[in-house]
Design a protein around this ligand. Structure first.
Ligand code: PMP
Length: 441
């Protein structure tokens, strides 16, 4: 086969995926891979789901595309209604896009336009958190706090500054209560707002449970509530990025429901299309939309494929499955089992510092020294070796180097399909354990 496609990997040949079967992907040589991370927290229903396939065939037979400049479509309207019905209080407008970066990009532009239209044009700055990832398009990249990703594209279009993430394992002081830690770290937002000048800040962006860059690190109880209070005090919008942790991954359709916080905007993607179609969504408080509707009358943004009927049909079918098969309850029970199995396997492991997460969104942090929490030397590329060993053994997991407080450490993110069975949890943990052992050798 000619090698014309370029993408993430330019080194070596990747296996060709040819089919999927529940929690497994199968390559051209017939090898089966247990999808322990749903790719990157995407395949929440597993592969080749019969209901989604039928829904997509059905939609294709009727309508694939009608430009949103001229038409709306039933699947898009139904999807918006269903998302609003499940969303936190006050969220009642939906903007459909094709992925996570597009959703974050739209959120930033909507925030900017909102403040322009309500007569606060000085508000242009975004505050986010160090080491965060919010997407790869220029605006979303600007929001993210990963220096390595940012530096090579600076100067970035949106002025963003970064505060500490909520990262209990490394940053809570020995005799500090968890709640007090959450308040202290949230108060860094207040300090940063004062430093920048409250009248210049438009939004604070954060993931309720940090995914790819940290390995499923939930905010401690009370943190997001405090952040909400601080944003309210200064009229700053709270944007929660649930591209990875949303759509049931944590056991709630929206992760922030567990924190009992209503943000101004929520971004979702990944699990919304569950890998069957590219789709993302920006969910917005009505008051923001109303201000724009009463002003210029429309959001000055748009993408050709937004609100695509096939993509919306896939998302509706995903919601059918999540609701109809009570998969949120299943995420919670299987998530507890995965957590328990990880603790049995790694609870005493000399190089596992932390096991954390919610639902079927779990992370394992690896350290050189368990007592001091000292990380491995990055030059050892420990995470890359775990990934390669696991893949060889037929397990897809999502190891990353660098934790959310900088370039320290290695972690493995696990986000298997919601349909994972008990014996597949055992397979996942056994193969991961072997991969870590091999990387240590
Ligand atoms: N936000 C978060 C939290 C993400 O994890 C990602 C993807 N890893 C994105 C945004 C960007 O989503 P996409 O890759 O679909 O553009």
């Amino acid at each position: 086969m000619a090698n014309h496609i370029f993408g993430r990997s330019t080194k070596g040949q990747l296996p060709t995926a040819v089919s999927g079967d529940g929690c497994y992907l199968i390559d051209a040589a017939g090898k089966r891979y247990l999808d322990g991370s749903g790719g990157a927290a995407v395949s929440c229903l597993g592969h080749s789901n019969a209901h989604v396939r039928a829904a997509l065939h059905d939609q294709l037979d009727r309508l694939a595309f009608a430009h949103t400049g001229f038409f709306t479509s039933d699947p898009a309207e139904v999807l918006a209604d269903r998302l609003v019905a499940e969303a936190p209080e006050g969220i009642d407008r939906v903007y459909l896009v094709s992925g996570g970066s597009e959703a974050v990009e739209a959120a930033i532009k909507l925030a900017r336009q909102y403040f322009m239209e309500i007569g606060q044009p000085l508000r242009h700055r975004v505050i986010a958190r160090r080491q965060s990832y919010h997407g790869n398009t220029l605006g979303a990249l600007a929001a993210g706090g990963n220096e390595w990703r940012r530096t090579q594209f600076a100067p970035l279009l949106v002025e963003t500054s970064h505060i500490a993430p909520c990262y209990e394992y490394r940053d809570r002081r020995d005799n500090e209560a968890t709640e007090a830690y959450g308040q202290r770290v949230a108060d860094e937002l207040e300090t940063e707002i004062q430093r920048l000048g409250p009248e210049s800040v438009m939004a604070f962006v954060a993931e309720p449970v940090v995914g790819a860059t940290a390995g499923a690190v939930p905010a401690v109880p009370g943190y997001l509530k405090r952040v909400r209070e601080i944003c309210d005090r200064h009229g700053i919008l709270l944007i929660l990025d649930e591209v990875m942790c949303g759509m049931g991954r944590t056991g709630h359709l929206f992760a922030c429901l567990e924190d009992d916080v209503s943000p101004d905007m929520i971004t979702i993607a990944k699990g919304l299309g569950a890998g069957y179609q590219p789709i993302g969504a920006l969910l917005v408080q009505g008051a923001i939309y109303d201000a724009i509707a009463a002003g210029s009358g429309f959001f000055q943004h748009g993408h050709t494929y937004m609100g695509h009927a096939m993509a919306a049909a896939a998302a509706n079918a995903v919601l059918d499955e999540i609701k109809g098969r009570d998969l949120l309850a299943r995420v919670r029970t299987q998530g507890e089992k995965l957590d328990a199995a990880l603790r049995v396997e790694f609870g005493q492991h000399p190089h596992v510092g932390d096991i954390r997460g919610r639902g079927l969104f779990r992370g394992v942090e690896l350290v050189e020294n368990r007592e001091t929490k000292a990380p491995f030397d990055p030059a050892r590329k420990f995470n890359a070796r775990i990934k390669a060993n696991a893949f060889e053994a037929g397990l897809i997991c999502y190891p990353m180097g660098g934790t959310i407080d900088g370039q320290r450490g290695d972690h493995v993110l696990l986000a298997p399909p919601f349909i994972i069975e008990d014996n597949q949890i055992d397979e996942l943990v056994t193969k991961l354990s072997g991969a870590i052992k091999g990387a240590l050798a």
